[in-house]
Ligand binder design. Structure first.
Ligand code: NDP
Ligand code: OXD
Length: 310
């Protein structure tokens, strides 16, 4: 079996290749910058492959996304027909996302950015925040990560609402399904967390019109994809008080360019797309297991429904 890694960072690609050689001694493993025979490759393991690169491997059996999201693969016009797509999930990815969402929702709930600004000027003022039971938090997407985030917030005591395409039954979470229940979901979301996949239906969903349907001075946490947010709509919504603050982990352009207006805006917390990363040790074990199952024609739970696009 022959595997090739494409990862934009050469250092990370080397780390992954070394790990995978240990985990899959039966396979030949190389990286895209090596000199290798493209026709030999069975599996391409990728993060943001350039357009045209996948199609240059004529005998691919499957593409593996080093990530739960697969938009970075499917946005390639050249995704080859007849090839399967497998994403990477797992307990550690879910755990890291639980931590990120809890941290940033609590931070907004307890007005922590404002308290930090006060401390910078030695100001002592103690606002009383409502308990979590009186704070509505909305989680968009109830897949692996959204469901874990929603139940974590529920366990912290928040009044949690979830939104997905289909109906879900989640103990202690008020679930809304589809377009017809979107308004009720948004009206309850004082803090809105986006954990949707990026598809044609969800691109640009976080926009001025949606912000206007949230309670006044709502907060936004986007840990899904930069393209969910219409970036030009954010600062005007903060200026008018439609939104009070935002935490963003993902951006249209990553790394976020130096000149981007989000940098330095005290109402916007920026994290460098590290809400929940997959590392070669634990992620590598999952990828090795998924590739072996795929090669043996056993069901791969992480296989993506290409019609649905997530
Ligand atoms: P899943 O595919 O497991 O779940 C997706 C959820 O979104 C499902 O509940 C689905 O509904 C819902 N959904 C999809 N389309 C729509 C729609 N049009 N309207 C309403 N709901 C919709 O995804 P994961 O939870 O694994 O991951 C979510 C995203 O998080 C990834 O796609 C990726 O972009 C991002 N991510 C970000 C990371 C980071 O570090 N910032 C790390 C990992 C992932 P239904 O259940 O009805 O199908
Ligand atoms: C992912 C990501 O999709 O890291 O897993 O964004």
């Amino acid at each position: 079996m022959h595997l090739v890694f494409h990862i934009p960072s050469e250092r990370r690609a080397t780390w992954w290749v070394e790990q995978m050689r240990e985990l899959m001694p039966e396979a030949t493993v190389c990286k895209s910058s090596d000199d290798y025979e493209r026709a030999h490759i069975d599996y391409a393991i990728v993060w943001r492959p350039p357009n045209g690169w996948l199609a240059s491997h004529p005998n691919l059996k499957a593409v593996v996304s080093i990530g739960a999201g697969v938009d970075h693969v499917l946005e390639n016009a050249d995704f080859p027909g007849g090839v399967d797509l497998i994403r990477t999930t797992g307990d550690e990815l879910t755990q890291r996302m639980r931590e990120y969402v809890a941290l940033h929702v609590l931070r907004h709930h307890r007005l922590q950015p404002e308290l930090e600004r006060q401390a910078e000027v030695r100001r002592w003022k103690a606002p009383i925040t409502p308990p979590a039971t009186r704070r509505g938090v909305g989680v968009m997407g109830l897949g692996n990560l959204g469901l874990a985030a929603a139940t974590t917030l529920r366990d912290l005591g928040f009044d949690v609402h979830g939104w997905a395409r289909s109906r879900h039954d989640v103990d202690g979470v008020r679930v809304h399904a589809g377009e017809s229940e979107f308004d009720a979901f948004l009206a309850a979301s004082e803090i809105l967390v986006c954990l949707l996949p990026l598809t044609e239906a969800t691109r640009g969903i976080l926009n001025a019109e949606l912000f206007g349907r949230l309670p006044d001075k709502a907060c936004l946490v986007n840990a899904a994809r930069g393209e969910h947010l219409v970036e030009d709509d954010l600062i005007p919504a903060l200026d008018t008080g439609t939104l009070a603050a935002a935490t963003l982990d993902v951006f249209h352009e990553e790394p976020l360019p130096d000149t981007h207006p989000f940098w330095g805006d005290p109402r916007i917390t920026i994290t460098p797309h590290n809400a929940s990363q997959i590392d070669p040790e634990s992620g590598g074990r999952l990828i090795a297991e998924n590739i072996r199952r795929h090669a043996n024609a056993t069901v791969v739970e992480d296989q993506v429904d290409l019609e649905r696009g997530y």
